[in-house]
Design a protein around this ligand. Sequence first.
Ligand SMILES: NC(=O)c1ccc[n+]([C@@H]2O[C@H](COP(=O)([O-])OP(=O)(O)OC[C@H]3O[C@@H](n4cnc5c(N)ncnc54)[C@H](O)[C@@H]3O)[C@@H](O)[C@H]2O)c1
Ligand SMILES: CC(C)[C@H](C(=O)O)[C@@H](O)C(=O)O
Ligand SMILES: [Mg+2]
Length: 358
Amino acid sequence: MTKKIAVLPGDGIGTEIVEQAVKVLKALGEDFEYEYADVGGVAYANHGHPLPPETLALAKEADAVLFGAVGDFKYDTLPRALRPEQAILGLRKNLNLFANLRPAVCYPELVSASTLRPEVVSGLDLVIVRELTGDVYFGTPRGRREAPDGPFKGAEEGFDTMRYSRPEVERIAHVGFRTAMQRRKHLTCVDKSNVLETSQLWREVVTEVSKQYPEVKLDYLYVDNAAMQLVRAPTELDVVLTGNLFGDILSDEAAMLTGSIGMLASASLNEKGTGLFEPSHGSAPDIAGKNIANPIATVESAAMMIRYAFHMDEQADRIEAAIRKVLSDGIRTGDIWSEGCEKVSCSGMGDAIRAALR
Ligand SMILES: NC(=O)c1ccc[n+]([C@@H]2O[C@H](COP(=O)([O-])OP(=O)(O)OC[C@H]3O[C@@H](n4cnc5c(N)ncnc54)[C@H](O)[C@@H]3O)[C@@H](O)[C@H]2O)c1
Ligand SMILES: CC(C)[C@H](C(=O)O)[C@@H](O)C(=O)O
Ligand SMILES: [Mg+2]
């Protein structure tokens, strides 16, 4: 049966990288239908809203969403509700995409591109399981007011609320443990339970859920220590289970261990295991329009899309094998380039991956 993919390229490098992923998907020769829509800054410019109702409706009715990136510093002064980033947050909330998987793998060929010493990143293969629809990102109340107390009483203040409920933590904990069961059976719960009430509940619930997964080794790190361990000994980590804000920060950190943020794919899943697939990075306004962005994270996200949403493991394996072949052939975009390799453009990388498909 035809699978309908909502293609939302967005802003900046979004259009360039998504084009490469679609190119590779089309070369699989499967029965996919692609429907495009505006999202983010471009949607605000064309329709007056970063997530127009037609775009949301398309995302809801499609079998999966392939997303590029949103945002541009030129929209920084817009009210929060109209900023391009609200589009991705709105999609996550409206599609109930509570589970975000961000695998960080350091391919042997890219060990020298990592910011860390080769012996530290060699064999790196971890996944961050990030809760995606709760936390301070969505907690209410939030806003501006006169500070009701404290040394700056009466001054203008901005405030957000960090919130997590028990069932919200339970469902993401199950995703974390199930992910661990399919991997090396080791889960690290990352929180700030020495300070935050939300984190105390988080740790309590994760510990309870762990009883249903006796084979999984569970340990705990405070997030500040986790940030340190990630650069000290990242290969000691397997599944990192954490909240929305901590997961956002740690995943960008993990990205650099793989060689580049342009390597970090992601899957944002709902209860049914389908959802939205996007690179973990943003719209990179500094390199947009130059055809130099690394599209591998987006191509890998497309592979995750067909694996998770369409259960096409064989085709997903083909894409991943093509990425590995291109890397072992020494083909690199600028961000992962090193001496002796062939430097290609964003579209050149897309062409090379397509050509390497078996
Ligand atoms: N999911 C999303 O749509 C998403 C994610 C993160 C940031 N953003 C938005 O993107 C905009 C820019 O944010 P930022 O600069 O903080 O983060 P960014 O991830 O866009 O860029 C950070 C740095 O990484 C580089 N980079 C990013 N992707 C790359 C790629 N594929 N290949 C090579 N280099 C790459 C950029 O050139 C830049 O130097 C902001 O508006 C931000 O809110 C959107
Ligand atoms: C753009 C922004 C809302 C988003 C986030 O903070 O989740 C991004 O940084 C990400 O990692 O997907
Ligand atoms: Mg981020």
